[in-house]
Design a protein around this ligand. Structure first.
Ligand SMILES: [Zn+2]
Length: 288
């Protein structure tokens, strides 16, 4: 059984960006480990900091249960302040967890995506990107080895973003769309805060959108489902998938320019379980 590790700056990131894919993979037997980097202590409307922390943590537990995520690691950095945390500190925690859990694939924000207004997203993406090579070096953080850990390299990087410059692979999540909607809906504390942000902005414009007001104070699932349906069907359409398909988009990287070489010359290692065959490297796939 292979492991996938998700690096999520905040509680709702995994459901929002790759929830359908995680639900699909966990149903196929993958072990999913979610690393939640911050404490989300300020993401709410009208609650105290302590209550916000508690509720967001409970919401995350509910959403992970829906997605089949068995293990959550809370790093508890103060939310919305990762810009002030040394990158090497975030990187060291990432290296440690990669060495400890030895994931086959990682999911993370794309470190090279544009138009990302949230510095927590940017910092975690950068730290994880560096951790991917630092984790291989036996002279980086040798203190980890005293615990019995070893240098380790992740095989696949699955990057998501608000605006991916290029989707290189779309995962068909049609059958798991409902789980994605339920998992994101479970983040009630954060969802109401997002709706409140829209209300404030609309008010500045001098308008209100009744459906947003109704969702803010009542049931928001229907609205969330509509928004996610639009997103996921657009991705599927852009990627030429058949009508009615719902998908999540990623930029996947594995061996970079070495992909074709490795595809041609790789031999299975005895007594080591082989990873899934991947057909998404169209550009590098030698038979095409
Ligand atoms: Zn976030």
């Amino acid at each position: 059984m292979h492991t996938a590790m998700v690096f999520a700056p905040h509680a709702d990131d995994a459901s929002a960006f790759c929830g359908g894919t995680l639900a699909k993979w966990s149903s196929q037997g993958w072990k999913i480990v979610l690393v939640r980097v911050t404490d989300d202590a300020r993401d709410s409307v009208g609650l105290t900091i302590e209550e916000t922390k508690k509720r967001n943590r409970e919401d995350l537990e509910k959403s992970c249960e829906i997605l089949g995520i068995k293990e959550i690691i809370h790093l508890d950095f103060a939310t919305d302040t990762l810009a002030d945390v040394p990158l090497t500190k975030l990187r060291e925690r990432s290296v440690y967890l990669i060495r400890k859990y030895r994931p086959y694939a990682i999911f993370s924000f794309d470190p090279y995506a544009h138009f990302e207004p949230n510095m927590d997203h940017v910092r975690v993406a950068r730290a994880v990107e560096e951790a991917l090579w630092v984790s291989c070096f036996d002279l980086h953080h040798p203190e980890h080895f005293k615990e019995g850990l070893e240098p380790f390299s992740v095989c696949e990087r699955w990057y998501f973003a608000r605006y991916l410059e290029k989707i290189t692979y779309a995962e068909d999540i049609t059958e798991f769309f409902d789980k994605k909607v339920s998992a994101l809906s479970a983040h009630e504390t954060m969802m109401r805060n997002i709706l409140n942000q829209f209300r404030l902005q609309l008010k500045t414009w001098g308008y209100r959108v009744p459906i947003i007001d109704e969702a803010f104070s009542g049931d928001y699932r229907g609205l969330l489902e509509q928004v996610l349906y639009l997103q996921c069907s657009q991705i599927a359409e852009e990627c030429g998938m058949s009508e009615g398909t719902l998908a999540e988009g990623f930029r996947i990287d594995r061996f970079g320019d070495m992909e074709a070489f490795f595809q041609q010359f790789a031999e299975p290692i005895k007594d080591v379980s082989q990873g899934p065959k991947r057909l998404f490297f169209d550009k590098y796939w030698p038979d095409k």
